[in-house]
Design a protein around this ligand. Structure first.
Ligand code: NDP
Length: 281
């Protein structure tokens, strides 16, 4: 059913208007702000392109839909980042280590995969003067963030509720612990990459652990893009805090930069994407 709909969109956009077409794949996808960000940048930079959302049922169909729609590039969100990594013809940059991608671009008929979440995070914490970093959570986002931080010489520890997901980090010789094993509470920055707080008021770790961490820390960052209970608690301890909206912004800016082959300055792209995030719903 979706393929028929995509076909129609592709014909309209590409035969009628000769536009380049981009998309974001995910499930669910309704909430995605990527079309707002990319379309506002395309419009203001006078690029003949449109960016749409695609609800994908089966991650294995991603390549087929990409080709059928004659997309020039795409972003990939939960839960298809690993699928996209598997089906890309070539992987570039930090994505090779992470094993998941969020950006695909067509180059000489090949699908090239990148991970811009990692670089987007790095740019988002640029304003924090931190060296010792504690990462809460051991899922996909934690893999991306810990990899880019260790490549950039930050000292990192990964803390997770349960043990099984910590294996990936231990295999890479990262300091990785469960809640009962943490014995050092001296970090400059504490980052929440868990989904606690996304659709509830949960904290990503027991309150006693967080309060102990916040006594020494200067900064707290939450990948979720709203003020969570985690950030509220950090603020009570006078930490400088930031939610995930800049990470969302910069992963988009870097993806756009890849889509448009470095033709525009990232500051200019960020200006239009930020404008879309602040003014449109
Ligand atoms: P995953 O499902 O891969 O990982 C979830 C992690 O959260 C696991 O380590 C899990 O621990 C932990 N967790 C879940 N619930 C709780 C809880 N109640 N208490 C403590 N730990 C918990 O998720 P992702 O890495 O894909 O995404 C994580 C978050 O990052 C999401 O909220 C997502 O919205 C956000 N995100 C933001 C981006 C941005 O641009 N701002 C980009 C990408 C993601 P366990 O192993 O014990 O189950």
């Amino acid at each position: 059913m979706y393929l028929k709909l995509y076909d129609k969109i592709a014909k309209n956009y590409q035969k009628g208007f000769k536009l380049k077409l981009f998309a974001v794949f995910g499930n669910p996808i309704k909430h995605s702000k990527s079309p707002l960000m990319h379309n506002n940048a395309f419009m203001n930079l006078n690029i003949d392109a449109r960016y749409i959302k695609i609800l994908l049922e089966d991650g294995k169909k991603l390549k087929e839909v990409f080709k059928k729609l004659q997309l020039s590039g795409a972003n990939v969100t939960v839960p298809f980042k690993e699928n996209a990594y598997e089906l890309a013809d070539e992987i570039r940059g930090v994505a090779k280590e992470i094993g998941a991608i969020n950006t695909l671009v067509l180059e000489n008929d090949k699908l090239i995969g990148y991970n811009t979440d990692a670089d987007g995070f790095l740019k988002a914490i640029d304003c924090f003067n931190a060296k010792e970093i504690l990462i809460l959570g051991a899922g996909g986002t934690s893999k991306a963030i810990s990899t880019i931080l260790s490549q950039n010489d930050f000292n990192i520890t990964v803390l997770n509720r349960s043990d099984s997901r910590l294996e990936y980090f231990k295999d890479k010789n990262f300091n990785a612990k469960n809640w009962n094993e943490l014995d050092n509470f001296e970090f400059d920055l504490v980052v929440n990459t868990t989904s606690a707080g996304l659709n509830d008021d949960n904290l990503p770790a027991p309150k006693e652990i967080l309060e102990k961490l916040f006594k020494n820390a200067k900064f707290a960052f939450d990948c979720i893009y709203k003020e969570t209970e985690f950030l509220k608690l950090a603020k009570k301890s006078d930490l400088k805090v930031k939610n995930g909206s800049d990470m969302l912004l910069y992963q988009g800016v870097i993806a756009f930069d890849i889509f448009t082959k470095n033709e525009f300055s990232q500051d200019k792209i960020a200006k239009y994407m930020r404008e879309a995030l602040e003014n449109f719903r």
